[in-house]
Design a protein around this ligand. Sequence first.
Ligand code: WTA
Length: 649
Amino acid sequence: MATTLDVLLKEQRVFNPPKGLVEKSNIKQWMDKHGIGSYEELLEKSQDLDWYWDEVAKELEWFRPWSKVLEWAPPYAKWFVGGKFNITYNAVDRHMKTKNKDKIAYIWEGEPGDVRNITYAQLYEEVNRLANALKSLGVKRGDRVGIYLPMIPELPIAMLACAKMGAVHSVVFSGFSVKGLQDRINDAGAKILITCDETYRRGGIVPIKKNADEALENAPTVEKMIVVRRTGGNVAMKPGRDIWWGEITKTQPTEAKTEELDPEDLIYILYTSGTTGKPKGILHVHGGYAVATYWTLKTVFDLKDDDVWWCAADIGWVTGHSYIVYAPLMLGVTSVMYEGAPAFPEPDRWWEIIEKYNVSVFYTSPTSIRAHMRMGDEWPKKRNMSTLRLLGSVGEPINPEAWVWYYKNIGAERCPIMDTWWQTETGSFCISPLPITPLKPGSATKPLPGYSADVFDDRGNSLTNAGGSVVLLSPWPAMLRGIYKDPERYQNTYWGKYPAIYLTGDMGRKDEDGYFWVQGRADDILKVAGHRIGNSEIESALVSHAKVAEAAVIGKPHEVKGESIVAFVVTKQGIAADEALKKELKEHVSREIGKIARPDEILFVPDVPKTRSGKIMRRIIKAVAIGEVPGDISTLANPEAVEEIKRAK
Ligand code: WTA
């Protein structure tokens, strides 16, 4: 029998947020203070960027206030010009003056079940010890520090210590393997690499340091490696280069200097996949990034003093940078941090964590929701999750089935779902509901206050109820400040199509109520289980194998992961294209990039469709592979290759 919920969905009705939530929400209180009466009025008034962001930025502590909110010389923006600021001061230091000092910043749970509660005061001391240790190794303001750590407390500590002293961190997701790590630390020119012995994953051991050692064989800028002991496993330490974290921090003072930085000083480089094989080093800065991440978390997820926040992402991606590390700490809330695999040892591990620590606001991805959906309703039913009051989703469009499952089984039809649209480049949520926003399942709703977005056709006309390019119309404080060492790519990728307007790379539709329905990437970037991977990154890894001549990678729709990776491979002359080679190639990609990039399927073909200039036509390959009509193939240099794709096994 259809429940009211299913009927509501079918009729495409709007979910009005519960009154109690609206009345007590942080955003409503802020609106009352500013005499703003409605959501619509808030969106309109906040388009005065100078006024809006000036008001918001006052919530943080500045060593010196700014003289100008925004200087916009497209494609470069400067925010809070003339101010002096440090994000770590706001995330950690300032809590030493308040009752937050003894509050728990992180409830950390390791995969084997070990627990560490870390108070703000302890965090402060650990950050200071490491900052002093880094200084003793010669790290200075502006130097890059590579961080290759799994989800253990030393990861946020390392990031905060770098930011405190004005060094620039570059965190590499611990699921990347040797080559992925090597490329990133070399591009960043990291002076130090912070890593650990090993980590636990699904009951097994992941050899983190071993990967790091191999990566450093060809990473000439790295002088020292700091190693955290996580499992206590036996690892080789290279004399003169490797230092144990415990040893180097032990003797350091628990006070350290916090640099008074320009708000535009870099806080970090985070690499993300683009349309070429080379990842882009996305640049973020202290001031504007802090203001926007702090404020969006406070207003979208409505965090209050007694909330327990759990963002179940990995800090190796932007979601974790912004909403596990910096924003929750600036808000002084308690966060849960979990090291291991989601459904280990049993499918209810996550729900057990929610029950155990009284999590009140929970944020995850549609892929995880779909995976849990498959494991069955009985698992969340085992656990008491009545402390939850708000839920969130990020990383991909959330399909209505997953939305309803999440709403019913996790939120008990009580918790609105905040579907937040944003990117590594945007730093903070951009298109997202607030607790006062009427929801339409599957839509990230409207641009947040202080943001503006639209859907454009190729000529830059605004579209309603038709698919087009999602764009952001005005600058926002957490926007990327560039691509590391590549200003040209920054201009071309994001600002080349429509002057002074940010091209997101996503396709989507805006409905008659101004709600956004993001459909997915317009370019050659895959979203596999929420991870962003460039088709060409995987192709480069494949062709680096001695037996491969050419490769074309496409994403095929997948029920759980959103997309699965399918590779069409042309082998070199005389090579046996057999099952053994398929296996070998999958392993090769895992080793080169990481398991997240491992192809689900490999198909051998004698040739791949190409234009006369030699560009592989992934669009055509994809259409054929998923059984669609490929469109005009007459411009191909080798139209017969299309037939080969159909026949490929
Ligand atoms: C996609 C993740 C639909 C989108 C924070 C974007 C989404 C890319 C949503 C960025 C959402 C993110 N609805 N699609 N709520 N959130 N995306 O850089 O395609 O890993 O461009 O940042 O994820 O991925 P990234």
